[in-house]
Write a protein that binds this ligand. Structure first.
Ligand code: ROI
Length: 167
């Protein structure tokens, strides 16, 4: 991918989650959709993980994964693309922290710290979410999270909470 003077290539990390409508298929389809994003190259997708729900317990377990993407899309443009993929895979916004067909979270966007009405990066839930931290560590063990420090320290301080590699 070509970097332009005004458009640097940034590595972004995206969290994928699903617990409805064949979650494994949802995550695989989402990875395929990430591959087709404009101005972007999908570098890596983690293994799939199975995790008990954070939030209301009366919902199915989740399939989670994390992807690494090199992109020249600006952060809010990338967010819009992720929301478009969610909608294309039937995401509707229902109960807060309820079951969902597909959730794509922009976890990290290079070394940027962003906090506005639309976007918080690094994702504020990161330090407490085993289902994000462990897959992220699988693909980026040396990552430093802007404002949060080394990923390895966050992982060491976050119990696995029932997270398992999905066979
Ligand atoms: N719980 C798990 N285990 N995995 C998720 O991806 C996930 N996503 C969410 C909430 C509802 C907070 N719980 C989750 O958005």
């Amino acid at each position: 991918m070509q970097a332009h003077a005004d458009k640097p290539v940034v590595t972004a990390y995206i969290g994928l989650g699903s617990n409805l409508a064949e979650p494994v298929v949802q995550i695989r389809n989402a990875c395929a959709a990430l591959k087709r994003l404009p101005e972007s190259v999908l570098r890596q997708c983690s293994s799939l993980y199975l995790s008990p729900p954070l939030g209301p317990a009366d919902q199915p377990d989740y399939i989670n994964a994390v992807a690494a993407l090199d992109t020249t899309l600006a952060p809010h443009d990338l967010l819009a693309e992720l929301q478009r993929i969610e909608r294309a895979q039937g995401r509707t916004r229902g109960v807060r922290w309820g079951a969902r067909t597909l959730d794509l979270d922009l976890l990290v966007y290079g070394d940027r710290i962003i906090s506005d009405e639309a976007l918080s990066v690094p994702h504020p839930g990161l330090p407490e979410r085993a289902f994000v931290l462990y897959p992220l560590q699988e693909i980026a063990p040396e990552l430093e999270l802007p404002g949060l420090g080394p990923l390895a320290i966050l992982v060491a301080n976050c119990p696995k909470d029932g997270l398992k590699r999905y066979a």
